[in-house]
Design a protein around this ligand. Structure first.
Ligand SMILES: Cc1cc2nc3c(=O)[nH]c(=O)nc-3n(C[C@H](O)[C@H](O)[C@H](O)COP(=O)(O)OP(=O)(O)OC[C@H]3O[C@@H](n4cnc5c(N)ncnc54)[C@H](O)[C@@H]3O)c2cc1C
Length: 397
């Protein structure tokens, strides 16, 4: 492949970089990881919404979407550049991430014109926040075994059941909900995909507190919730195909190193500041060696991302690189955060934002949060299965 970016792509990079320099306050840089799944106060949430709206105002939300739906029609290469620049600037995640990454692209592919007109603009502007109702207490990796039921009643579906781990449901206005509409059909063939107003009577959202102390996700209960039939996406009982489209967008999101390169740079800066034996931790060659190893892995991930891009530029479907990147990036992130705990020694015990904590206690927060990405969007064991079967050609277990 050619490692050089075209003049247009470099111009795109320069435009985004200068926009971020002008619009992203210093104090909000480096809070990327914490913003993804944390929430301490209403003002914190408002800051996240304000950042999303600022990005939207600058034309930097939904960049890959067609222009007719409010996107920029950015090329695949520009999407990669976008991920690199957002990571470089330590830009916080968008507040309506599930809406922009999953729901919008799925609706553009599967929605009716009416659904696109009604929902897509408010996804971009974050005027409506979305959540994803897939997982249930007994259906996670095998989500097609879900049991939440929807029964037809005139112009409505009536929904009963429970979802769990529903990120942002406590803020959400809308939900993409997988329901069983034919309990007698084989499990993948009796599922429908609904757009549900989270303010409907009969919905109860109960926040779950994560190990980080944040309330990022929830249990959601549905009791006789009436959903208009016009909110069905795709055909009744054919929702699995729509659900898979959403999952493809979920797994392909995040770019090459998925932000871990920025964390490694911060780790190196931390080592340079930490006193150790009359010098700093950075003066210890074992510490430098470890951080250099992390950096090599991050660069390998970046090039794996480029390899995937090359396939797609040649018109080939996304390969198994997505699973490899998801697996390797999340495992690398976990090791980076664990090593930060070793470097910090007793300081690692300070909680996020505790007085006297180094870097506001950000490292212990990140370490506690680093398990999550190894679980969502297909657990890492499931990624191992995919790589084993599709890359190594091993027999199915
Ligand atoms: C931070 C976070 C946010 C999330 N947000 C959402 C959300 O917004 N909406 C939503 O619907 N869900 C969400 N989830 C849920 C997530 O999708 C599920 O946790 C995930 O699919 C795994 O399902 P499970 O927890 O039921 O585990 P299980 O599927 O029960 O798995 C338990 C263990 O068994 C392993 N395992 C399962 N099957 C196999 C297999 N075939 N081969 C090998 N090992 C296997 C798994 O890897 C895991 O280690 C979120 C999860 C996290 C951590």
């Amino acid at each position: 492949m050619d490692f050089k970016f075209s003049a247009e792509d470099e111009a795109f990079r320069a435009e985004l970089r200068s926009w971020l320099d002008a619009n992203l306050p210093r104090r909000e840089r480096g809070e990327h990881a914490e913003w993804a799944f944390s929430e301490e106060s209403a003002s914190h949430w408002e800051r996240r919404v304000a950042w999303h709206k600022k990005m939207h105002g600058g034309g930097w939300v939904g960049i890959s979407w067609p222009k007719e739906y409010g996107g920029r029609g950015a090329t695949l290469t520009q999407q990669l550049v976008y991920g690199e620049e957002m990571s470089r600037a330590h830009a916080p995640a968008l507040v309506n991430q599930l809406g922009t990454m999953l729901v919008g692209p799925t609706l553009i592919q599967w929605g009716t014109e009416e659904q696109k007109k009604r929902y897509v603009p408010k996804i971009l502007s974050a005027d409506e926040i979305w959540c994803q109702g897939y997982s249930e207490p007994n259906s996670g990796s095998d989500v097609a075994s879900l049991q939440t039921r929807a029964v037809e009643d005139g112009d409505y579906f009536v929904v009963n059941g429970q979802k769990v781990w529903t990120s942002d449901a406590h803020h959400a206005d809308m939900c993409i909900l997988l329901v069983r509409t034919d309990p007698d059909a084989p499990k993948h063939k009796g599922i429908s995909y609904l757009l549900v107003d989270m303010h409907s009577p009969g919905i109860t959202v109960r926040p779950l507190v994560q190990i980080t102390g944040a309330r990022g996700f929830n249990e959601v209960f549905f009791e006789d919730v009436r959903v208009p039939k016009k909110n069905l996406v795709g055909e009744k009982n054919q929702g699995w195909q729509v659900a898979i489209t959403t999952l493809m967008f979920e797994r392909s999101g995040g770019g090459g190193d998925r932000g871990v390169a920025g964390q490694i740079r911060e780790l190196a800066a931390l080592a340079r500041r930490l006193p150790r034996g009359g010098a700093t931790a950075w003066d210890d060659s074992a510490v430098r060696q470890k951080i250099a190893e992390f950096q090599c892995e991050a660069v390998a991930l970046r090039y794996t991302g480029y390899r995937q891009l090359t396939r797609r530029l040649k018109g080939l479907p996304p390969g198994p690189e997505g699973s490899m990147m998801k697996l390797c990036a999340t495992e690398l992130n976990l090791r980076v955060q664990t090593f930060a705990m070793e470097l910090l020694g007793p300081y690692s015990q300070f909680e996020y934002r505790a007085p006297f904590a180094l870097d506001k206690g950000r490292w212990s927060y990140r370490m506690l949060g680093a398990r999550g990405p190894t679980i969502y969007a297909g657990t890492n064991q499931i990624q191992h299965n995919i790589i084993g079967e599709r890359v190594l050609g091993l027999p199915k277990g």
